[in-house]
Ligand binder design. Structure first.
Ligand code: C5P
Length: 233
């Protein structure tokens, strides 16, 4: 469902990371999987969900016009804007937020690196925000046992796994809440929901998907190629 005129939904896509954990090469969002950059897969998935009206990409510095051309060619009909990202993820998100239209009410923040996120996850997040949640994150159960380790390299505690969730993107927000969170909580955070939590606002969870994994390490590229092949079958 394309959003109505009165509730436009924009997706902000931070894509300016170097991707150092992937090893040497192009910035992560521009690395190829299945013959196309991760960013193209990510933007195509958002657009095909039918749940967003505009995509704003924070591109690696110096690549904005190339990225705009790339997206126009690879994702026909996409309504996209490209700004330059910055040294920290949060600054990249802030740069993209500054490029939104004044009538945008719902904002998703989606890592370019979660390039294969199924469209139903995108729709679930948007629907939960439209249903009244100020902030929404997709989550999956944690499969490993998680232990807290001290400076002495010894285990301090085993965390109760049943209460833990791994958090994915897209994270969805009422635009006013997300902008206030970015204004008032500049401290470094690894996701946007953490800034909203710092405001004291409730963050709701919806089901994520294993396929929304973040391409981070070399093995993730192997998984991504295999996933694309299995979807093509
Ligand atoms: O580093 P991490 O994997 O957490 O990055 C998540 C997303 O944030 C990636 O899509 C990456 O391109 C983006 N990012 C960014 N600007 C940065 C760092 C990361 O847009 N300075």
């Amino acid at each position: 469902v394309r959003t109505s005129r009165t509730l436009p939904t924009a997706a902000v896509v931070p894509a300016a990371g170097r991707g150092e954990r992937l090893g040497p090469g192009a910035p992560k969002a521009l690395r190829q999987v299945g013959g196309e950059p991760l960013l193209v897969h990510a933007v195509r998935g958002l657009w095909r969900s039918g749940a967003v009206d505009l995509v704003v990409v924070a591109a690696p510095p110096g690549t904005a016009s190339d990225v705009a051309n790339l997206l126009a060619e690879a994702v026909p009909g996409v309504e996209a804007r490209v700004v330059e990202g910055a040294a920290a993820r949060q600054q990249s998100v802030a740069a993209a937020l500054a490029a939104l239209d004044s009538d945008t009410d719902v904002v998703l923040v989606h890592d370019a690196a979660r390039a294969f996120t199924p469209p139903d996850v995108v729709r679930r997040v948007v629907q939960a925000v439209r249903a009244g949640a100020p902030a929404v994150v997709p989550v999956v159960p944690v499969t490993d046992t998680i232990k807290q380790v001290g400076d002495d390299d010894a285990v301090q505690a085993t965390v109760d796994r049943t209460r833990l969730r791994a958090v994915q993107t897209p994270q969805g927000f009422r635009r006013d809440v997300l902008e206030r969170a970015h204004r008032e909580h500049a401290a470094a955070a690894t996701d946007d929901a953490a800034l909203v939590e710092a405001l004291g606002e409730k963050v709701a969870v919806v089901d994520g998907s294993d396929e929304a994994f973040k391409v981070t390490r070399p093995l993730d590229l192997v998984l991504a190629e295999a996933l694309l092949r299995s979807r093509a079958d």
